[in-house]
Design a protein around this ligand. Structure first.
Ligand code: BDR
Ligand code: CA
Length: 348
């Protein structure tokens, strides 16, 4: 690979089966400790979602306004209960949690319980939270927070994009209040749920297409970059050795994920997908991004849910396509683990 990320420089390297666009300066906002970025996490906890929520709550650069849930990895009722218990375990039961869509706007419900367990967080049992889910629901809560915020708010959708599509359809006037969507989902290359599609997009391709067409600034943190953000059993040991309750929870979740990876895919490490989207908003130099035009295959064939990522300038020009997303292409995996360890040492 060439210095700037372009493949086959000089024509001598092995040709990839896709055009790897070169890195460009990021446009996603990032918070600072002095001016934390207001953030809503839309999630389906979820093993890696649980680590993502912990990371967000630990970082002074981020001001988590709410955690909203969507049916995805598990039934939405489980996801909501998990979100409530997770924020409580992380010492922040004051953070509002609201439940969203149970399933996609169209088509069959898809779950990932074979990876995350029937309840979404493996065998981990967390103490009940004194708080309950907000009656206004995920879309209602997001709409209110966006409307009330004096500044635009970032959203990290790390589950199927159903709630975000519904928000945009029900409250189009609020699109301008969304500073950025840091989406965990999609892939330039191969998928994970099917050879074509990554889980979050496959679970609701129609919603994903609405979101990618919205014109809202997007970073797509897809499998191309999250598969470079791996934790192994050593990482789990290091999380447990932090001595915090949250570190023990994170260790248990990572161990369960590795157990399931071994069973389903082979390998001894797990990609901590969702935490990459959060880390991107807290650390401006962690994830390298490239400009792509991203379309979602909403057909019923074998490519359903595929994110079709076009980055080759000549083809973009020929087909009248413009970049609509920055796509994560590289992350320093060692630093990423350090960031997680630091986060779980800060939490209770
Ligand atoms: C995504 O799918 C879910 O199973 C994970 O939580 C993550 O959001 C990875 O494909
Ligand atoms: Ca998720």
């Amino acid at each position: 690979m060439g210095r700037d990320g372009a493949w086959n420089e000089g024509g001598t390297g092995a040709a990839p089966t896709f055009f790897a666009a070169p890195a460009v300066p990021r446009t996603a906002p990032h918070g600072t400790a002095e001016a934390p970025l207001p953030l809503i996490i839309d999630s389906d906890p979820g093993l890696d979602d649980a680590l993502a929520i912990g990371l967000a709550l630990a970082r002074p650069e981020l001001n988590v306004l709410a955690v909203t849930t969507v049916g995805g990895n598990a039934d939405v009722r489980h996801c909501t209960e998990n979100a409530l218990r997770l924020v409580h375990a992380y010492g922040r039961s004051d953070i509002p949690v609201a439940e969203g869509a149970a399933g996609p706007i169209f088509g069959d419900v898809v779950r990932a319980t074979e990876v995350h367990g029937e309840g979404g967080i493996g065998r981990t049992v967390l103490p009940a939270s004194p708080a309950s889910a907000r009656p206004e629901g995920a879309v209602g809560l997001m709409a209110r927070l966006l409307a009330e915020s004096p500044v635009p708010v970032a959203i990290a959708p790390v589950g199927p994009l159903t709630n975000i599509a519904l928000l945009l359809r029900l409250h189009p006037e609020l699109a301008g209040k969304i500073a950025h969507l840091a989406i965990m989902g999609g892939s330039i290359g191969e998928g994970n749920t099917t050879v074509s599609a990554e889980f979050n997009i496959y679970a609701d391709p129609e919603s994903a297409e609405i979101v990618f067409r919205s014109g809202i600034p997007i970073t797509m943190l897809g499998l191309d970059v999250t598969h470079q953000a791996l934790l192994d059993l050593g990482s789990a040991e290091r999380l447990r050795a932090l001595g915090t309750a949250s570190g023990r929870i994170a260790a248990e979740l990572v161990e369960f994920a590795i157990e399931r990876v071994r069973q389903w895919y082979g390998g001894d490490s797990t990609a901590t997908h969702d935490a990459v989207a959060i880390a991107h908003l807290a650390f401006p130099d962690l994830v390298s991004v490239a400009s792509y035009n991203v379309r979602v295959d909403t057909g019923s064939g074998p490519a359903r849910g595929r994110t079709v990522c076009e980055g080759l300038p000549i083809r973009m020009q020929r087909y009248g396509l413009a970049p609509n997303a920055q796509v994560g292409i590289r992350i320093d995996g060692v630093r990423f683990e350090q960031i997680l360890l630091d986060a779980f040492s800060r939490l209770p």
